[in-house]
Design a protein around this ligand. Structure first.
Ligand SMILES: *[C@@H]1O[C@H](CO)[C@@H](O)[C@H](O)[C@H]1NC(C)=O
Ligand SMILES: *[C@@H]1O[C@H](CO)[C@@H](O)[C@H](O)[C@H]1NC(C)=O
Length: 461
């Protein structure tokens, strides 16, 4: 199965490259991830909702199917199903690995299960597939979640090797009360961390395919300390004004592939945090939200390392940012080998942005916290960044902003085939490009011309 997964992944990548590479510009606007549907089932990654619970699903034999209903989960959306899910998981995770087929935990279609904080841990004896065909809902009230000092999580898979989470089902985090009580919304409230919806920690060879995540209190899908991960055909949706609400968050992970995701969120559609290497994302539809971001990095003078990140094929609509790298003043480490390629920007406030003076107030009432961003003698160094084939409309005039650290100017920033204009158009509203401490490498066929703004300082083109 490992080689099958690999093969499936390779096929997906090739298919995607063909689809994106060969299509004319206009046709490229919508990532075509529904094509995955034709590929995935043959590899056992996806099954139909009413597939028989027999030993053969889509030609792929499963050893054991464990329906959560068999453990007393009511599926009425009201009765707490947490204990039943824990039992079903324990059964699957400890089932014998005689046939080398995964044990399946089935969340049946047409039912809705209320789950509280749920931790599903490995290592497992057998490989496990979590088939989500029905709906999981979180309680409205999440007070008291998470141990003090730890991050609250709704559902976390931990230490499971070769896990597959697949299906047509959905998870609804019911984040509305968390958003309402966020200090970002209500300045009288203290700032706290709201639960993330679905977390994978230390899960190598992970596949997450087809599922829908709705209304997470904070981060929808969090991948941490995982190696070799495929996230495909995901749908993530929450309102554009939900505070600190990210779509996919990847941290300290190596070899994450995101192949097709529709993401609407209040904050970053995709955020790539420290310790991430070799990430590849294609077929991303983002909006509303804050775009696709690397960072933030280097907060509290921390060390951050991000390398070899490629975003290839994305449509970003109605967002605050498009392709962004954000680091705080101070800190150390690097961001290098980043490629933002083939991106359509539609009404994006700042489509291309490197911001090394990133700052958010610890509490929104602390209005001066970010006023005196002193240039520090250290920074997370940014180098070898390509923005290639990026086109569309900006809302702000400054469509390209490369605002780098005085201590360590950005190096080898390449702009190639970038065509951005303002929504209003016309000479008076023509798009501009501003730079600080940016050393550009190649710059070919770029409009607005790089560092054309009168405010550009310490730049070389
Ligand atoms: C299950 O068995 C297969 C071969 O029979 C083996 O490759 C695999 O590593 C085993 N999985 C676990 C979790 O032991
Ligand atoms: C960069 O990451 C991609 C996966 O996105 C991988 O195929 C490639 O080998 C990596 N390159 C280097 C130099 O490690």
């Amino acid at each position: 199965m490992a080689s099958r997964t690999l093969l499936a992944t390779a096929c997906l990548v090739v298919l995607l490259l063909l689809t994106l590479g060969g299509a004319p510009v206009e046709a490229r606007r919508r990532p075509r991830w529904p094509h995955y549907r034709e590929v995935a089932p043959g590899h056992g990654l996806s099954t139909t909702a009413n597939a028989p619970e027999s030993s053969s699903v889509d030609g792929y034999a499963y050893a054991t199917t464990i329906d959560v209903g068999g453990f007393g989960a009511a599926g009425d959306g009201k009765t707490d199903g947490t204990a039943a899910f824990q039992k079903a998981w324990a059964e699957a995770c400890s089932s014998a690995n005689s046939s080398a087929q995964p044990a399946v935990v089935l969340v049946p279609a047409g039912r809705s299960y209320l789950l509280k904080e749920t931790s599903l841990s490995g290592p497992c004896k057998s490989r496990v597939t979590f088939r989500l065909e029905g709906t999981l809902v979180a309680p409205e009230d999440k007070s008291g979640w998470g141990k003090p000092g730890s991050l609250p999580r709704w559902i976390i898979f931990r230490g499971v090797d070769g896990l597959i989470v697949t299906g047509e089902g959905a998870m609804d985090g019911r984040g509305a009360s968390s958003w309402k009580n966020s200090c970002r919304t209500n300045h009288a409230m203290p700032c706290t961390v709201a639960p993330s919806a679905l977390t994978f920690a230390s899960c190598d060879h992970l596949v997450v395919d087809g599922i829908t995540l709705l209304n997470a209190p904070q981060i929808h899908l969090w991948v941490e300390l995982c190696r070799d991960v495929t996230l495909s055909r995901l749908t993530i949706a929450s309102p554009g004004d939900s505070p600190e609400n990210d779509g996919i968050h990847v941290a300290r992970s190596d070899g994450v592939r995101i192949l097709g995701a529709r993401i609407g969120a209040g904050d970053d559609c995709l955020s790539v945090a420290t310790g991430t290497a070799n990430l590849y994302a294609a077929g991303i539809e983002c909006g509303p939200g804050h775009g696709i971001s690397i960072g933030s990095l280097g907060r509290w003078n921390s060390r951050a390392e991000v390398s070899n990140v490629t975003v290839d094929g994305a449509t970003v609509s109605g967002t605050m940012f498009g392709a962004r790298i954000k680091t705080w003043q101070g800190g150390s480490g690097f961001v290098r080998g980043v490629r933002f390629l083939n991106m359509a920007m539609d009404r994006v406030r700042y489509p291309i942005l490197i911001d090394q003076n990133y700052c958010t107030r610890p509490h929104p009432s602390d209005t001066t916290a970010c006023d005196h961003q002193e240039s520090r003698s250290s920074a997370v160094e940014v180098s070898n960044v390509v923005f290639g084939n990026i086109w569309g409309t900006a809302v702000a005039r400054d469509a390209i902003r490369l605002h780098c650290s005085e201590a360590f100017p950005c190096r080898d920033v390449v702009l190639r085939d970038v065509q951005l204009r303002t929504r209003k158009g016309g000479e008076k509203n023509a798009a501009t490009s501003s730079c600080e401490n940016a050393l550009l490498g190649e710059s070919t066929n770029v409009s607005p011309p790089p560092c054309s703004s009168g405010r550009s300082v310490h730049c070389s083109v």
